[in-house]
Every structure is written in C-alpha cells, then in structure tokens.
Design a protein around this ligand. Structure first.
Ligand code: AMP
Length: 195
C-alpha cells in the first residue's frame, strides 16, 4: 500500500499516518520529521534548510525529492509507505510519479484531510501547549505568525495537488474536523475498499 496524506499543517496528517503505519506495518515517511532530524544532527542539508523552515516556507524541491528518493528504496518500504507532508508542490508530485514508474510501482490512493482553516491556528497552539506540558520542545514554526505563513504556502503551492490527484482519479476526501478516531475509521474504510 502506497498512499499520500494531503492536507494543511495541523490537519492531523502525522497523527493519522502514525496510526496507519501501526495498522498496516508500513513506514510513515514524514519529510518534516526527516528535515528536523537533519537539522538536529547538524548535517549540511540541515544547515541549509533550518532558516527556511523557521520562516514557514517550503524547502527547495530538489532537497525533499532526494530525501524521499533515498528513503523509498530502503527495505522497509518494500511493502509500501505512507507519505506525510510530501509531495507539497506539483513538481514534487510529478517527480514522485516518475520515481515510482521507474520502479514499476504506483500510488494506491491520495487521502485529503479536509479541514476548516480557521480552526487550525487553535489546533497548532494546542499542539504547542501539549508539547510544553509533556516537557518536549515546541517546534519553532508552531507559533501563530509562522503558522500563517505555512498555511499560505499550503494554499499557494500545495492546494493545486488536489486538482492534480482529482484528475488522476486517486483522490479521496475525508472530513478532518471529525474526531481522531472517526477520521481513522474513515481512512481504514477507504484502505479496505481498495483491496
Ligand atoms: P511539516 O512537519 O510537514 O509541517 O513540515 C515542516 C516544514 O518542513 C515545512 O514548513 C517546510 O518548511 C518543510 N517541508 C516538509 N516537507 C516538505 C516538502 N515536501 N516540500 C518542501 N518543504 C517541506
């Protein structure tokens, strides 16, 4: 099963991807997590992207494409994977298609988590508060100002992917404003309907 979770920041992609990963035994590939890991480990790519991420902008396509290209050839991706936060631009989606075609693979489904954008700022502030309560570090881009920039990046650069995947017939839409369990159930139903 190879699937994409699509939706704005704060829509719950990470939470849902982690549940699907657990249920299906396939890895969750979050480009955001991989980039944050690169920053934390001090490698050159991390140094390149940290200020871009802190501003809430998208990092260049070639960087994330290379990260994904290197990751999907790992043995744990043989049975499939969940893409969480990738692709985010039409160029990334096109490159992903080419990458998969070269391996004679294809995407099974693209699930869009549809959410009310006005509720997202509240969600992100709650996420920051929860991290603080747990004693975890708060993401530097989880503050209202940068978050708005991330939403803008989503609207301008990522939203065109909805039409892109509508045209390929791979898009399914789930109401991301429902409870976490309800959203998980809807996603499971979609996945079950594919097999
Ligand atoms: P996320 O954890 O998915 O919210 O991503 C955090 C940040 O990482 C984003 O605001 C971007 O700066 C960067 N990022 C993650 N995935 C991508 C991607 N596919 N393309 C470009 N930038 C990305």
């Amino acid at each position: 099963m190879r699937l994409i979770l699509l939706g704005p920041p704060g829509a719950g992609k990470g939470t849902q991807a982690s549940r699907i990963s657990h249920d299906l035994g396939i890895p969750q590939l979050s480009t955001g997590d991989m980039l944050r890991a690169a920053i934390a480990s001090g490698v050159q790519i991390g140094q390149k992207v940290s200020s871009i991420m802190a501003r809430g902008e998208l990092v260049p396509d070639d960087i994330v494409v290379q990260i994904i290209a290197d990751r999907i050839i790992k043995p744990d991706c043989a049975k499939g994977f969940i893409l969480d936060g990738f692709p985010r631009t039409t160029a990334q989606a096109e490159t992903l298609n080419t990458m998969l075609e070269d391996k004679e693979l294809s995407l099974d489904v693209v699930i869009q988590l549809s959410v009310d954008e006005n509720a997202l700022v509240d969600r992100i502030l709650r996420r920051a508060q929860e991290s603080l309560t747990k004693g975890d570090a708060v993401r530097p881009d989880d503050n209202p100002e940068v978050f708005k920039k991330r939403l803008d990046a989503y609207s301008v650069q990522t939203m065109p992917l909805i039409e892109f995947y509508q045209k390929t017939g791979q898009l399914r839409v789930v109401d991301g404003m429902k409870s976490i369990d309800e959203v998980s159930q809807e996603i499971s139903d979609i996945i079950a309907s594919l097999s």
